[in-house]
Ligand binder design. Structure first.
Ligand code: G6P
Ligand code: ZN
Length: 583
């Protein structure tokens, strides 16, 4: 057996290693600084209880972005030196974020061991390449992101670090080849197993959805389908599930070969960045050459986000989770015995709230960040959850799940068409959404993002909005001066959350203004940007009147947008006359 030794290396703290909402995300050039990754990995090992490092199995993989392959070898060598027993790596270092969560929860080694956690190498939907972003985050034994107590400790460790441990003489493992490599170190054997990236995840999906009825839908000539992997890690899963298992045509897959730089694109599934899919679905500026497919979807770099489209039709993520919740029990076998509860992040529209009330379900509103859902799920309080930021998921794992969301939608379409696939016109995505609005009312919704704004200016804008909350009569006077037809603001606050499971309190989670007619404005600073500050403005208006639910959402929301921009003095503070992205 190949032997290795352990070397202790001296190091010193490097600034800027504070993990954000979803781990540490920085430019590749930052990660390539001497010791930058090493310090963070050692700080993570030191933050975990000893029994979660010594002798355990860990997963290490990610979305395949530039620098992943180097990072995997470094982490393997550091894990060996820190007494980890076994490392699991997806072939070529590829595992989607939901697949890592699934593997931590469901996979067993030959000796019966399970993984006690894992490093996910991704910067999610941020671009990749030598001059773009890299990222790393740690997930715990429940398959979910490390809680704040751990990430705070990691950060504190990075500020005092003096040494790290590495097995420099451990040869690089060929991660393109399936199999187990064994080594002998001072603390016994150490092994690296490279395995197929999709098998465990596919097995889980098959236990949740009725693949037989999905296959019937996807092979029906009436149903046309398109999936855009945006050159992220979703590609191999899409190929395996949609094409090999469910008989979709190979040509229904766009950009499904993972690339280190995502083909130069921005792997974020929204109307701005998923350009090719948007054009094909008939939602681009120009009419497409061919008749658009009935259904289109995309996932982000690490395949946890999703966008759902119908023919010439966009489903907002806030509507998507509400519609999945409303149909889950009938359409998805995993939920057939009922939902334990549902949850959404605070800025997500209240479409889900209305479904929860109607179905008499437990309902939770949590701060932005998937980890808050994880706690509810571990406590058996929540089955389905979602976020406006194109995240949807369920308690099958502890991450949001892009492919799962697509399968959930396909299941709803299959269920709605179960008796008519060979006969009448297809009940389309648009039909399903419009029927939902007719039943529950419609939440018009839009989000304005101001990216890479000066951090000081962003803080000042937020402080201004908090200050205004002290006197609502003055605010109302001001907004009536802008538009006399806008309804009164009746409540305003900063969102604060007390976790019902562990009692922890999260403050300053976004500034909210509530209007008398049920409309709402929310302002928050993003926790995921890697440069400057990103201000997000979320605008929502509820319409119950079924004769008014068919309007264009930007038109329906124009008044509220004007009020929001003037109230916040957006242009004065940021110097921006328009947002970077509107979704
Ligand atoms: C990540 C998190 C989500 C969050 C999203 C947007 O994807 O997993 O939970 O909603 O980032 O966060 P931001 O702070 O940028 O709005
Ligand atoms: Zn992601």
């Amino acid at each position: 057996m190949v032997m290795f030794t352990v070397t202790r290396k001296e190091t010193s703290p490097i600034d800027s290693q504070k993990p954000g909402t979803s781990g540490l995300r920085k430019k590749v050039t930052v990660f390539k600084q001497p010791n930058y990754l090493h310090n963070f990995v050692q700080a993570t090992f030191n933050a975990l209880p000893g029994e979660q490092v010594k002798g355990v199995t860990l997963v290490v993989s990610g979305d395949g972005r530039y620098f992943s392959k180097d990072a995997i070898q470094i982490i393997i060598k550091m894990a060996a030196a820190n007494g980890v027993k076994r490392i699991w790596v997806g072939q070529n270092g590829l595992l989607s974020t939901p697949a890592v969560s699934c593997i931590i929860r469901e996979r067993y080694a030959a000796d019966g061991a399970k993984a006690s956690g894992g490093f996910i190498l991704t910067a999610s939907h941020n671009p990749g390449g030598p001059h773009e972003d890299f990222g790393i985050k740690y997930n715990m034994g429940n398959g979910g992101p490390a809680p704040e107590a751990i990430t705070d400790k990691i950060y504190a460790n990075t500020k005092t670090i003096k040494e790290y441990f590495i097995s420099e003489d451990l040869v690089d493992v060929d991660i393109s080849v399936l199999g187990v490599s064994s080594f002998q170190g001072p603390e016994g054997t150490f092994e690296v197993e490279v395995f197929d990236s999709t098998t465990d995840y596919v097995k889980l999906m098959k236990s949740i959805f009725d693949f037989e009825s999905l296959r019937k839908l996807l092979s029906s000539p009436k149903f046309t389908f398109c999936f855009d992997g945006l050159h992220g890690v979703a590609g191999p899963y899409a190929k395996r599930i949609f094409v090999e298992e469910l008989s979709a045509h190979e040509r229904s897959l766009l950009n499904c070969v993972p690339k280190e730089d995502f083909g130069g694109g921005h792997p974020d599934p929204n109307l701005t960045y998923a350009k090719e899919l948007v054009a094909r679905m008939g939602l681009g500026k120009e009419a497409p050459k061919d008749e658009p497919p009935e259904f289109g979807a995309a996932a982000d770099g690490d395949a946890d986000r999703n966008m759902i489209l119908g023919k010439r039709f966009f489903v907002t993520p806030s509507d998507s989770v509400a519609i999945i919740a409303a149909n889950a029990v009938q359409a998805i076998p995993y939920f057939s015995s009922g939902l334990k509860g549902v949850a959404r992040s605070m800025p997500t529209s209240a479409a889900l709230d209305v479904v929860a009330r109607d179905l008499n379900l437990k309902f939770f509103e949590v701060p932005t960040g998937w980890k808050f859902f994880g706690n509810l799920m571990d406590a058996g309080l929540c089955s389905i959850c979602g976020e406006e930021s194109f995240g949807t998921g369920s308690d099958h794992i502890r991450e949001k799940d892009g492919i799962w969301a697509v399968l959930a939608w396909l299941s709803i379409i299959a269920y709605r068409n179960k008796d008519s696939l060979d006969g009448r016109k297809l009940v389309s995505v648009e039909d399903i959404v419009r029927q939902h609005w007719a039943t529950y009312g419609r939440h018009y919704y839009t989000r304005y993002d101001y990216e890479n704004v000066d951090a000081g200016a962003a803080k000042d804008l937020m402080a201004h909005l908090v200050k205004l909350q002290a006197s609502l009569p003055d605010v109302n006077k001001f907004i009536k001066g802008i538009r006399s037809d806008v309804s009164n603001i009746v409540q305003a606050d900063e969102f604060e959350y007390k976790d019902p499971v562990d009692g922890s309190v999260s403050k300053h989670q976004g500034i909210r203004y509530f209007f008398e007619d049920g409309s709402r404005l929310v302002f928050r600073l993003s926790g995921t940007g890697s440069e400057g500050a990103t201000i997000r403005l979320y605008i929502e208006q509820y319409e119950k009147d079924s004769s008014k639910i068919g309007r264009d959402s930007q038109k329906a929301l124009a008044t509220l947008v004007e009020v929001a921009l003037k109230l916040s003095k957006m242009q004065e503070f940021t110097g921006r006359s328009a947002p970077t992205v509107i979704t």
